[in-house]
Design a protein around this ligand. Structure first.
Ligand SMILES: [Zn+2]
Length: 133
């Protein structure tokens, strides 16, 4: 696993991020709150570790904000595979939950960014699941 820290994004990575945004826009095409059609400019890639991408979306119409995590496979930047992309609309229960939480603040984005910097892709450790050995 390569950890390069605070390096600049290469043109290839920027292009890959653009593709990821388009893939996510294809799956989440409208604002959950006001049903406005998203444009690619509404999405911002926060970061990624391997196949796990974290993207923020902010509706230009109603300022509704959301986070999308997507697992996007495809090693070659020329062939970003859209599947499997576990994306779906929020359930009513989730919507109620998020409606009661405070809006996303800059600190949250920084925390998330820091988390992704540190995250090594080990979901078992992250969720405290014992490894089968
Ligand atoms: Zn909206």
């Amino acid at each position: 696993m390569d950890f390069d820290g605070e390096r600049e994004l290469s043109a290839e990575e920027v292009a890959r991020g653009e593709r990821v945004k388009r893939l996510i826009m294809a799956a989440v095409s409208r604002c959950n709150a006001c049903r406005r059609q998203y444009t690619v400019a509404d999405f911002a890639v926060i970061g990624h570790r391997e196949h796990l991408w974290m993207v923020a979306v902010s509706c230009d119409g109603c300022q509704h904000q959301g986070f999308i995590t997507a697992v996007i496979h495809g090693r070659s930047p020329e062939r970003v595979q859209p599947a499997p992309v576990p994306l779906r609309e929020l359930t009513p229960a989730e919507r109620a939950h998020f409606a009661s939480t405070s809006p996303v603040a800059t600190d949250d984005l920084l925390d998330l960014h820091l988390f992704l910097e540190e995250f090594d892709g080990d979901f078992s450790a992250l969720f405290g699941v014992g490894k089968d050995t």
